[in-house]
Design a protein around this ligand. Sequence first.
Ligand code: PRT
Ligand code: ZN
Length: 283
Amino acid sequence: MIKIAIQSKGRLNEDTTRLLADAGIIVGAGHRQLISRAKGFDMEALYLRDDDIPQAVGMHVADIGIVGLNEVEERGLPLRTVMRLGFGACRLSLAAPKDSGYDGLGWFDGRRIATSYPRILSRFFESEGIRAEIHEIAGSVEVAPAVGMADAIFDIVSSGGTLLQNGLTEVHTVMQSEAVLVAPHDLDPEKEREVEKLCFRFRSIIDSRGLKYVLMNIPADRVGAAVAMLPGMKSPTVLPLADPGWSSLHVVIRESELWDKIEQLKQMGAQDILVLSLENIIR
Ligand code: PRT
Ligand code: ZN
């Protein structure tokens, strides 16, 4: 049985349990549990604070973990990023007060920067040859400049709303982050096979997100033109209808292009268009 460490509560908890559920693996919500036996996969879930997940995996308390790449990088442990999971997207950025007169990275020289990610920041400053004072604080980093604790901050940003509310401007992005599946480098081969099975399920779910399966009837003499403008995994499927003048066309379309493509298909004479959601793509 493999043990997976997941965030007990917080931003990644819900998306993590949803990804597992979509993969046919039901675990408890975690809010009051420490550990639970999963249904649908031979697995135990360990509920931890995100900060502790890299270490739990590094120490083999858990075999794998789902956590933000930012936490993995900050801990600096020898872990392997097995897979990016496509949720929890954010970036780690430097931000300065709006009226700071910021004029490039050199501005940080000799200044005080508040952050909960001192290791990532000091590595970055080192690589840029910047000497700044890094002040580690645990929470509410964004208020540090206003209360005089720092000249600037280095923190997680997603919409940027929090920076704006605190009179700060994002001046430099240091890293992009998202939730990742991590494992140690020396997982035993039997567990490694289980992790591969899990990744196979995750991959099929992640690949199918944002895709729609579209079926339609279209005049047979327009099929060539329709196929030419459609994507499709290999190429669209074309099936003859009982009426020789018509064909049925099946295709996978990215949600962002859906309406655009449907309008073009309608203009080509497509009718009875069905749009279905896609749950999995097994390649
Ligand atoms: O209790 P525990 O220690 O487990 O959780 P936590 O409070 O330390 O972390 P949590 O749940 O807030 O975040 C978990 C992970 O989610 C982070 O490590 C990131 O990988 C990821 N993530 C994605 C984010 C955000 N987006 C995010 N926006 N983590 C934090 N934020 C913060 C941001 O710093 C800002 O203060 O949310 C606020 C709103 O952001 P804006 O830019 O949208 O205003
Ligand atoms: Zn945390």
